[in-house]
Design a protein. Structure first.
Length: 499
């Protein structure tokens, strides 16, 4: 059986802890791979390799860094199908989704290629007599990233390309559920010329995570995952005097006003709720329908959802794949089976779905719940599966109040033809990312990604300007030099004597 080992100091390092974790093909339910789970000592070896590499990488020229990143970007582009195939094999998402994930990760690599302009400092001359003040940004040292299973290539690429472009070295702890893509990303970076130790990958579970959070040589930690773990990461790393950006969970709402194009809204709801089997923090999991359009909107969503073809991710005809594990599949199903008892109308029940020839896969169909109450489990919890809840609101104001009452504030959207209503919404809604007739408002690479409230712990969003600021720290230099004319008589400053 294939074993995924660590990548430390520019080479594959066999796991020494003796602990292994299973990696499953979600479409078949079969264990296809095992992954080494690092001990605290193995994490220390990765951090040590990163610290040693920082002694030279931290002072490397911007030209050297960007040259490597440009070559890296070309290699990633050439291998995007290979990366996507690894994602599909271990995560289960369809190949087109996996390719989209790689493309969004490439955006951040491209941003890192332009780091020269992002790291420019500022200068103010003559703030006082012969006094100048400049501001510069410098790297932190060794930084770490802890990433989730749902985007095994994209989320790591949201972190380490910017971090190393800024002059840091990096230790990545990816999800142990789908680890192979991260190793390929590291191998391609080495092929692009990245020096040994600048990017390291250690696989593991809570033991590895806690070792990174406690390690004295790790200056900063980036995390994407569920809210309870994000809170733990932030609390623990902060207590160990580390800079932290911890992105948590979500319950993203889509407000549909009576004047909206209902066909466009229904299309958007289906793609945003069920794409990637709902396993993404930016999925729309709650539609808030205002006034009389709710019944018609629900019917349009149902008609579209019933046509989605579910099957193995490597089948070109599949539009949605399985869930990552059987345990997760069963948890998602429990929200649907319990919805009616909590007052919801189960319009579509996908819990009994199977795929011929793949009966042992982690399959679940699309579920649509109407008349969902805000105190039900299906609404309050982040389900992270293909379950869409529909809530009713009498007015725009009621809809906004409902959304703002949620403890989450990751992303949200409004569907309307009214520019004034859209403008009010983007100012009044309490969320970090807002879409206007755009259901999944994930920012492009040069704007930052992140939420509000329980969707973010720490002061910085990820990538974009916030990402650059997170991976650097500011320094202000005040300078005063004497003028040559002030030199004492008899001192030769080497100036020509003919003027």
């Amino acid at each position: 059986m294939k074993t995924v080992n660590h990548w430390i100091g520019g080479k594959t390092v066999e796991g020494a802890s003796g602990n292994r974790g299973p990696v499953t093909d979600p479409a078949t339910g079969a264990v296809t791979t095992q992954v080494a789970l690092a001990s605290a000592e193995e994490v220390d070896a990765a951090v040590t390799a990163a610290k040693e590499a920082y002694s030279t990488w931290g002072t490397s020229s911007l030209a050297q860094r960007t040259g490597i990143l440009f070559r890296y970007r070309a290699l990633l582009d050439a291998h995007r199908d290979e990366i996507a195939e690894l994602i599909t094999a271990e995560h289960g998402k369809v190949h087109s989704d996996a390719l989209g994930e790689v493309a969004r990760g490439l955006e951040i690599v491209e941003l890192a290629c332009g780091i020269t302009t992002q790291l420019k400092g500022e200068l103010s001359t003559q703030v006082s007599n012969r006094v100048d003040v400049s501001s510069i940004r410098q790297s932190l040292g060794v930084v770490a990233g802890i990433t989730p299973f749902n985007f095994p290539a994209m989320v790591p690429m949201w972190m380490f390309p910017l971090a190393i472009a800024c002059g840091n070295t990096f230790v990545l702890k990816p999800s142990e559920k789908d680890p192979s893509a991260s190793n390929l990303l590291a191998e391609l970076a080495a092929e692009a010329g990245l020096p040994d130790g600048v990017l390291n990958v250690v696989h593991g579970d809570k033991v590895a995570v806690d070792a990174l959070l406690a390690h004295p040589d790790v200056a900063a930690v980036s995390f994407v995952g569920s809210t309870p773990i994000a809170r733990y990461i932030h609390t623990t790393a902060s207590a160990n005097h580390k800079r932290v950006q911890a992105l948590g969970g979500a319950k993203n709402h889509m407000l549909v006003l009576p004047d909206a194009d209902l066909d466009a809204a229904a299309d958007a709801a289906v793609s945003a709720a069920y794409g990637s089997a709902g396993e993404r923090c930016m999925a729309i999991s709650a539609v808030v329908a205002v006034s009389s359009i709710a019944d018609e909107l629900v019917q349009k969503i149902r008609e579209r959802a019933e046509k989605i073809k579910i099957g193995p991710g490597n089948d070109p005809e599949s539009e949605m794949g399985p869930l990552i594990t059987k345990a997760h599949r069963d948890k998602v199903a429990s929200y649907v089976t319990g919805a009616a008892a909590q007052g919801a109308e189960v319009v579509l029940d996908g819990t009994g779905h199977t795929v011929d020839g793949f009966e042992d896969g982690h399959w679940i169909g699309l579920s649509l719940l109407d008349h969902v109450s805000t105190d039900s489990d299906a609404y309050r919890d982040e389900i992270f599966g293909p379950v869409l809840c529909v809530l009713r609101a009498e007015t725009y104001e009621d809809g906004v109040a409902l959304i703002n009452a949620s403890p989450y504030g990751n992303g949200t959207a409004i569907f309307t033809r009214d520019g004034g209503a859209a403008r009010r919404f983007q100012l009044e809604i309490e969320a970090g990312m807002v879409g206007v007739n755009v259901p999944i408002p994930v920012p492009v690479g040069y704007h930052s990604f992140g939420g509000w409230k329980d969707s973010l712990f720490g002061d910085h969003h990820i990538y974009g300007n916030d990402g650059v600021h997170f991976y650097t720290r500011g320094k202000v230099v005040t300078t005063r030099w004497p003028d040559p004319s002030d030199a004492p008589a008899g001192v030769d400053l080497g100036f020509p004597r003919n003027h």
